[in-house]
Design a protein around this ligand. Structure first.
Ligand code: BES
Ligand code: MG
Ligand code: ZN
Length: 497
């Protein structure tokens, strides 16, 4: 993570300064630039068509005290309209400008808006770090087309350094969580398989107050997890169930359970997928990464919440030992499933993970994250995730959090008519619908059959949003970590009984 700091005055090393310009043509630069430099920048701006639009930047080279410096002018729209989210977007525009430049150290002018300079600086920093994430660990050579940014530090000017630093403890825990989710998601499936992933999770929590229990195939067999095990039986690598628990101050409360789909690679199994774009199926563990990252964040932030995480880590492969279309498996809940399509495997993994979470921890609230259906990509594209829930209060809380997080979710209907479509004539249910459309809803109906009485449950289908081809406002291209920001806002605002 790029080193970020807060300071009262500009560090001498800074070769680039960032100033702000709002739509009313006010240059917010003081005290970084002396009057002469301000004059130059102001002059350039007057002759430029730069309008101060939020998210736009312009870069100038000026001379300050005989030293050449880079000035990045960041548009902020109307200063009075700024929100935490728009500040994050400005932070993102700043990092994009700075990373394309040659300067190592940059300093950002104070922006005195809304709450406080310190909070504004934290939001700017969060946006810069979220957008500034890079996954370049496997690039071993200098290449003109993949430039490593020169930028090596970012300093934000504030009035109260202590307050900004304290606030940054929470901000940076959140950013680290997004980075963790993205890195887990971006890892290729030869290096991140169910076994190496389980080890990695143990490492993540080695120094945090989160207990980690890993169940291998033998233990899961004992528990009767035939649905999850069926998916992994074609793989050379053993399936794993990783169970995490964080007990914040509200440890007496029933926990909130987070459950994640962790298919480290989804070939489709015997119902094999077409070759084109199959590499995207390394992202099929995206939901589990959100769960792991959220637990890391809550522990680092010392959240008062009591939260458990359960992730089913499985590789869906075709082979001589793989399950066949038509197989009937018995889930931990005792319900039997006719597996008509081995590519509808996420719901099989989740059915046992959900049941295990409820049997073991008796949560009142369960939220699952899964790259579950191609149908959700058809419906919502890569901008919005699907929300399915049996509880209006929970759905509304998630919706409110999603707005604050700029991670849009949209609720879909569920009812008995859709549910009926999952009945099988020879087992309790089948794992695909009849083919009359609504594939994301029937998948959710399947999951709901594994939700116990009086449990408030939400399922978030992140198949379309987990990775981005072109990058987003607050994410570079590749894995987005979608869901972590949503959980950050959810736990910051949801009444924990
Ligand atoms: N991993 C896929 C869902 C997916 C599709 C994620 C596209 C990301 C992008 C899932 O396991 C799957 O293959 N679902 C099938 C279900 C169908 C066979 C009922 C699908 O959506 O096609
Ligand atoms: Mg095996
Ligand atoms: Zn699949």
């Amino acid at each position: 993570m790029l080193p970020v700091s807060f300071a009262l005055t500009s560090p001498d090393a800074a070769a680039a300064v960032v100033v702000f310009y709002d739509e009313d043509k006010t240059l917010i630069a003081d005290p970084l630039l002396d009057a002469a430099a301000q004059g130059i920048v102001g002059d350039v701006l007057r002759h430029d068509d730069f309008k101060g639009t939020l998210g736009k930047t312009a870069t100038y080279k000026v001379t300050l005290n005989t030293k050449p410096i880079t000035v990045v002018v960041a548009g902020i729209g109307k200063a009075v309209d700024l929100t935490p989210l728009s500040l994050q977007k400005i932070g993102a525009s700043i990092i994009t400008a700075l990373q394309s430049g040659q300067d190592a150290a940059a300093v950002v002018a104070p922006l005195d808006v809304g709450g406080s300079v310190e909070h504004a600086a934290n939001d700017l920093a969060a946006g810069a770090l979220l957008k500034g994430y890079r996954f370049d660990k496997y690039i071993t050579k200098e290449r003109p087309d993949v430039k490593k940014p020169k930028l090596s530090s970012l300093t934000f000017l504030v009035k109260d350094k202590k307050a900004a630093d304290v606030c940054f403890e929470k901000t940076s825990a959140f950013v680290r969580a997004v980075y963790l989710a993205r890195t887990l998601q971006n890892e290729p499936s030869n290096l991140l398989n169910p076994e190496t992933y389980a080890e990695k999770i143990k490492e993540v929590f080695a120094k945090l107050p989160v207990s980690v229990k890993v169940l291998g195939e033998k233990e899961m067999k004992k528990l009767g997890m035939g649905a999850l095990l069926g998916v992994g039986q074609g793989s050379a690598v053993e399936s794993q169930l990783v169970v995490m628990e964080y007990r914040g101050a509200k440890t007496q409360d029933a926990p909130i359970a987070l459950v994640g789909k962790g298919v480290t690679f989804d070939t489709g199994g015997i119902s094999i997928k077409p070759a084109a774009n199959m590499e995207d199926m390394k992202w099929d563990m995206g939901g589990s990464a959100v769960v792991v990252a959220t637990l890391q964040m809550l522990a680092e932030q010392k959240s008062p919440a009591h939260v458990v995480g359960v992730v089913g880590l499985v590789e869906n492969m075709p082979s001589g030992t793989a399950q066949r279309p038509g197989d009937i498996v018995t889930s931990m809940s005792g319900q039997t499933i006719e597996v008509l399509n081995t590519d509808a495997e996420g719901r099989l993994v989740l059915s046992d993970a959900l049941w295990y979470a409820q049997e073991t921890f008796r949560p009142k609230t369960v939220i699952d994250f899964a790259t579950l259906t191609g149908a959700i990509v058809v419906a919502l594209g890569d901008l919005t995730a699907g929300l399915f829930s049996n509880n209006d209060k929970l759905a509304e809380a998630l919706y409110a959090a999603s707005k604050e997080a700029n991670e849009p979710i949209w609720r879909f209907p569920m009812n008995e008519e859709y549910d009926k479509d999952m009945n099988s004539p020879i087992a309790d249910m089948r794992n695909i619908g009849s083919g009359r459309g609504a594939g994301s809803i029937t998948a959710a109906q399947f999951l709901q059959r594994f939700i116990q009485k009086d449990v408030a449950w939400a399922h978030i289908d992140i198949a379309g949003v987990t990775a981005s081809k072109n990058g987003k406002e607050l994410a570079p291209k590749g894995a987005t970590g979608f869901g972590v920001h949503l959980m950050e806002r959810f736990f910051a605002t949801y009444p924990l009984s």
